[in-house]
Design a protein around this ligand. Structure first.
Ligand code: ATP
Length: 200
């Protein structure tokens, strides 16, 4: 299955872009959502998290105690890296299974940390969704009702648009909504051609 990785900073419009691809019949794997699901449903991952970060990571009903886990890794890059080293391979393995089960011209995988998690090596082409930082901040605040300072901190921890533009094979600048659908339609046309060549 031909695979496209979609990345971009918070509020850049990754999910919006993926919804437009869905109108062309292209399925998408949302790493954020699936990681949260796997941390609850994947028995091996649960066990690894429990043994590294403590029994209290899960409550008696089996639900993830997210605030507890967040406190364990807060302020410790080494512990956060240890958690990522457990979660990322589980997500990648799940994505691989999912991708092979799809029946579509090609598939998308959406992740804000596509390059950082090494997912770029599991896809055939990468797309960066870009937008000015001020606009991304405004969108994220409006969507989540979040504290602008908290969003700014998350943005500062993510790769900037220049870095993403350099690393990705394609980029979509998402400023004006009406320009987004034609940009996605053009990429869809190209990806279908790549996928056909790839299948030969
Ligand atoms: P995150 O990484 O935070 O999940 P994302 O990159 O997936 O963000 P979206 O959720 O697609 O971003 O977009 C963020 C918000 O901005 C959403 O509420 C979306 O509807 C809005 N938005 C996205 N693109 C545009 C646009 N071109 N014009 C206006 N609003 C937009």
């Amino acid at each position: 299955m031909f695979r496209i990785g979609i990345t971009g900073g918070i509020g850049s419009g990754k999910s919006t872009v993926c919804r437009l691809f869905a109108e062309h019949g292209i399925p998408r794997y949302d790493c954020d959502r699936e990681a949260k699901r796997l941390m609850v449903e994947d028995e091996a991952l649960r066990e690894a998290i429990r043994s590294r970060f403590g029994e209290a990571c899960y409550n008696d009903a089996g639900a993830l105690n997210r605030p507890y886990l967040a406190r364990q890794v807060f302020g410790s890059p080494a512990k956060l890296a240890a958690l990522d080293a457990l979660v990322h391979p589980a997500v990648i393995a799940d994505f691989e299974r999912w991708a092979e089960a799809q029946r579509a011209p090609y598939v998308l995988v959406e992740s804000a940390i596509l390059f950082e998690a090494g997912l770029d090596r599991r896809v055939d082409r990468t797309v960066a969704v870009l937008a000015p930082a001020a606009l991304r901040l405004e969108r994220a605040v409006r969507r989540d009702g979040a504290d602008p300072e908290a969003i700014r901190r998350r943005m500062a921890a993510q790769a900037d648009d220049d870095t993403l533009r350099d690393r990705a094979d394609f980029s979509i600048v998402n400023i004006r909504e009406e320009e987004l659908a034609p940009a996605v339609a053009e990429l869809d046309r190209r990806f279908r051609q790549f996928a056909l060549r790839h299948a030969d």
